[in-house]
Ligand binder design. Sequence first.
Ligand code: ATP
Ligand code: MG
Length: 463
Amino acid sequence: MQSKNKARVLIVDDEEIVRASCRKLLQPHGYRVSEAENAGSALKLMETTCFDLVLSDLKLPDASGIELLKDIKEACPNTEVILVTGYGTVSTAVEAMKLGAYDYVEKPFRPEELVSLAGRAIERKSLREENIRLKKELSAQYIKNIVGTSKAMEKVFRLIGTVAPTVSTVLITGESGTGKELVARAVHYNSPRRDRPFVVIDCGTLAGELIESELFGHKRGSFTGAVTDKKGLIEEAEGGTLFLDEIGNLPLPLQSKLLRVLQEKEYRPVGDKKPSKVDTRFITATNKDLPAMVKAGTFREDLFYRLDIFPIHVPPLRERREDIPLLAYHFLKKYSDELGKEIKSISAEAMRILSSCRWPGNIRELENTIQRAILLADNATIKPETLGFLTLSHTEQIPRNIEELKEIKKDLREKSIEEVEKVFTAEALKRNEWNISRAASDVGMQRSNFHALIKKHGISRPK
Ligand SMILES: Nc1ncnc2c1ncn2[C@@H]1O[C@H](COP(=O)(O)OP(=O)(O)OP(=O)(O)O)[C@@H](O)[C@H]1O
Ligand SMILES: [Mg+2]
């Protein structure tokens, strides 16, 4: 917050003695005080200096205080204005407040009165500015929360930036744990609706009728158990954003109702005769293949096109591996602070393991892995041993030849090595119709060595 003793005050009055006495009152409080004898010179000064407060007489030689106020609010909307009024001009002063003046003070005023009023006006200005700054920071934060520098994520950031200022419906697709909800929040908090609510409904968790009354609200007595009127989430999110998560799970009858809401911008609470207007932005997300659902007849085609106006696809983590180190360190910092452990780094070998995993659960899985590793780590660094709990299901590829197997073995602990070796052998046999000689030559091994692996892991051809 701006410190009070740096605040700039401009006194506008044609009488020098009035200006001087105001200056004498305010300066000891640390304000930097300037003076102007009429509206013209006040505005001139304001071209070069940003004042926190203008204290102006209501009657000036070249304009009224009201006119000056209008000019000030146009030029520097954040500057607070206090008008000094003479006897009998209170009604004008009230009008001035409607036009955005902070307050007025009647002449003759008590010195303390002026000082305390000026103090409050300046405080309001800095609070307001602080508020704006915090809100800006919050929106920036929402984009900042999404870690990623890969091309794929840059594209996502660009799309968020394009669609956020509009009211367009957005469809966010991507596998589970890729960050769809984070993207939805970023769209909301970077939109002009950021001060209004962001409401989430998970279409997958509620039964059909419940979603309907959750979404649209209901009138008292519209069904058993509806003992009072209830606001629906569309109304809760009025002026803001409603995030319909797992939209692929929305039952067909509700899909038609939602389509009507989107088309007509109206909805009807359960049991209500009158429709209500909608002023809510809709963002939807799914990890399902909606076009396939459309083909299968489980998702309405018309609703799909309506939602797909602005799609944002969040790619799986394995398609943007370059983000893994950044994300891993992001979670390392977050959770070592939270868990009160001083884990500072991830060794190069451990990072290689993390970078080669398949991450079927995407970022959520990486996040959980780092959390677990922090809990297990016994010194400041996460090492391959700390990641011993990762199994083959996490590793990206089944090695296709002995060189790849050697490469992968370097990164894995014993238990996982065994597992990889076993799958490697079985897969090679499968690829070669269980012909041992061909499989051995396929992976670049001597038949006898390859045979030893088959025996070691007890692999036999399935019946
Ligand atoms: N790019 C990212 N940067 C930092 N954290 C992320 C990122 N993407 C996702 N996360 C984190 O991963 C977790 C999962 O993200 P989110 O809930 O947004 O995924 P989702 O796609 O909605 O998953 P689901 O389909 O399972 O609901 C959250 O804790 C989120 O904060
Ligand atoms: Mg989600």
